[in-house]
Design a protein around this ligand. Structure first.
Ligand SMILES: Cc1ncc(COP(=O)(O)O)c(C=O)c1O
Length: 357
């Protein structure tokens, strides 16, 4: 029995489950020294100038911040080659996903996306009382022909995570451009680039599609590459008509002053971040090579994680790995996603997998 008249769509929603913390795994298995490779976080803290900017901004938190983050949006606009009217910020890119769903999905509408993909997609669609239409992956990759074939008159949003979470595979801009030829102009196409900074540059920049396709929306985040998952700030690049609607449904001051200051400082410190990002990309290559040597056949890993297609063995395997102190993200019956950590953490994961695999 529910108290009050909770909306049926919300009552039916699952509770959001974040990746398991190392401390929780330690308590569950009676172990110490666990490491978390479960949430695609950056293993390195933000660079010192970013930490200072957050500390400095902390002295001003008695005041509300700039709700529409004009300075930050201007700085992001300079980065992506647009004016601030083409940029929205949100409480993480998942906040922007929710804003897009609030702005564009009514009960009965459809949102279309390949599956398996980011777990927040079905949740946010369901929250609006809309319907998810999921198009199966083929060999862990998106089948864009199947996606466009699934468009109906009810389709309002298409969601494409590239690189995809959890498989790590990515789409080229050419593939997205050719797909856009089969997408009606009144369907929003969200290109979710939460992991863009880990992607091989040869895949191209989907922001370029916006000029010819006003229904394209590109979202990115400071959570992963800039190590700012805990302060919550993401951004979206789109035509001003879309940005205006998305901004209307931004919860007041959701991108708080600490988050704005951190993101501004991170943009200023991009040169300092580059070696850290290169380290993660190099480690990814090393982990992929080592797993391949162990006999694993991996999908192309373009983000800061690898995906093991463990099928029916998933639950047994992840539990065995976790008992030995390495926390990963399992998808029962499908596979295990493992975040790239520091070299020591990656060694530990590789050793542990070799022991139990
Ligand atoms: C594909 C994808 N998009 C968006 C996000 C959301 O990240 P954030 O809200 O921290 O920006 C994630 C986080 O794991 C993700 O995997």
């Amino acid at each position: 029995m529910s108290i009050g008249g909770v909306r049926p769509a919300v009552e039916a929603m699952p509770v959001y489950r974040p990746g398991k913390a190392a401390e929780q795994a330690e308590a569950e298995h009676g172990i110490t020294d666990a490491i978390k490779l479960a949430s695609n976080e950056n293993p390195y803290p933000p660079v010192p100038s970013v930490v200072s900017a957050i500390a400095q901004a902390a002295t001003g938190v008695n005041r509300y911040c700039d709700h529409l983050a004009v300075d930050l949006r201007t700085a992001i606009g300079e980065l992506v080659g647009f004016d601030l009217d083409h940029v929205a910020v949100g409480c993480g890119s998942v906040g922007l996903l929710q804003q897009l769903c609030l702005a564009y999905l009514d009960p009965g509408d459809q949102a279309l996306y390949p599956w398996r993909s980011f777990e927040a997609y079905p949740v946010n669609v369901q929250m609006m009382g809309a319907e998810s239409v999921q198009v199966p992956l083929v060999n862990h990759e998106f089948d864009l022909d199947a996606v466009t074939a699934a468009i109906t008159s009810k389709t309002k949003i298409i969601m494409l995570a590239t690189p995809n979470n959890p498989t790590g595979t990515a789409l080229t801009v050419d593939a997205m451009r050719s797909m856009m030829g089969s997408v009606p102009d009144d369907v929003i196409v969200l290109i979710d680039e939460a992991y863009r900074e880990f992607l091989d540059p040869g895949f191209g920049n989907p922001v370029e599609l916006i000029a010819d396709h006003p229904n394209v929306v590109v979202s990115r985040t400071f959570s992963k590459a800039y190590g700012l998952a805990g302060v919550r700030v993401g951004y979206l690049v789109a035509k001003p008509e879309v940005v205006d609607q998305v901004n209307k449904v931004l919860a007041p001051f959701a991108v708080n002053g600490l988050a704005q200051a951190a993101a501004m400082a991170a943009l200023d410190a991009r040169d300092e971040y580059e070696p850290l990002l290169q380290n993660i990309r190099d480690e990814r290559a090393r982990v992929v090579a080592s797993l391949t040597e162990q006999g694993w056949d991996l999908p192309d890993a373009q983000a800061n994680f690898v995906y093991l297609a463990t099928g029916e063995r998933t639950t047994d395997l992840y539990v065995e790995i976790e008992k030995r102190g390495v926390v990963t993200r399992p998808f029962a019956g499908e596979g295990i996603r493992v975040t790239i950590g520091t070299p020591e953490e990656n060694d530990r994961f590789l050793r542990t997998l070799a022991d139990v695999g």
